[in-house]
Design a protein around this ligand. Structure first.
Ligand code: AMP
Length: 209
């Protein structure tokens, strides 16, 4: 099965994708993670990428699409988390593979800013925590690997607002692109994580019937 999850920042794309991997035996493809990995290597490409990410802007289509294409090869079942984010990326993907289902997560800007400003991620393994909703056992330390928990620079409120604006400008046309293809399901992502995940599983299982 080939799945796409799209949604504004703070809609829970990454958290949901990570649960879908074992439940539906999927490969996780997250351009956000791949881009941050390149930044952390401090290569010249990484430095270029960081200029966009730190301002909440989208990285150029050709850079992201090439990374995704390489990763998709040899993986028949995957969940794409945060790709495509522009119609151009969707058109590139259309030429490359056939998607079964696109889940569009719906959440307000207010909830998005509240969720992301309290989010902390492990600097080593990227496991997410939240200072209010999902506290680590020991403050500032990852439960899984002991890594240091940090706030991503693009999760500061002003940058989140910019990312939200860009989502509406550039990524909502992507939602319409898949609506026309009749493979889109809109999921209310404002509720508790368990409730949202149940809605997602229902959408996927209805596809299998
Ligand atoms: P994410 O981890 O998915 O929230 O992505 C974090 C940041 O990485 C975004 O704000 C963009 O700067 C960049 N990024 C991730 N996915 C894409 C994409 N499909 N196209 C362009 N930039 C992306």
């Amino acid at each position: 099965m080939k799945l796409i999850i799209v949604g504004p920042p703070g809609s829970g794309k990454g958290t949901i994708a990570k649960r879908l991997i074992p439940d539906f035996k999927l490969t996780h493809i997250s351009p956000g993670e791949m881009l941050r990995e390149e930044v952390s290597k401090k290569t010249s490409l990484g430095e270029e990428i960081n200029k966009y990410i730190s301002q909440g802007q989208l990285v150029p289509d050709n850079v992201v699409s090439d990374m995704v294409k390489l990763k998709i090869r040899g993986h028949p079942d995957f969940v794409l988390d945060g790709f495509p984010r522009t119609v151009e990326q969707a058109q590139i993907l259309d030429k490359f593979t056939k998607i079964d289902l696109v889940l569009s997560l719906d959440v307000s800007e207010k909830i998005s800013v509240e969720r992301l400003s309290g989010r902390r991620v492990c600097s080593k393994c990227e496991t997410p925590f939240h200072i209010k909703f999902m506290m680590p056992k020991k403050p500032g330390v990852c439960d899984k690997c002991g890594g240091k928990l940090v706030q991503r620079s693009d999760e500061k409120p002003a940058i989140v607002k910019e990312r939200f604006k860009i989502y509406h400008q550039q990524s909502l046309p992507v939602v319409k692109h898949y609506q026309k293809k009749k493979i889109l399901q809109i999921v209310d992502a404002s509720g508790a994580p368990e409730e949202v995940y149940d809605n997602i599983k229902e959408a996927i299982n209805s596809l299998k019937k």
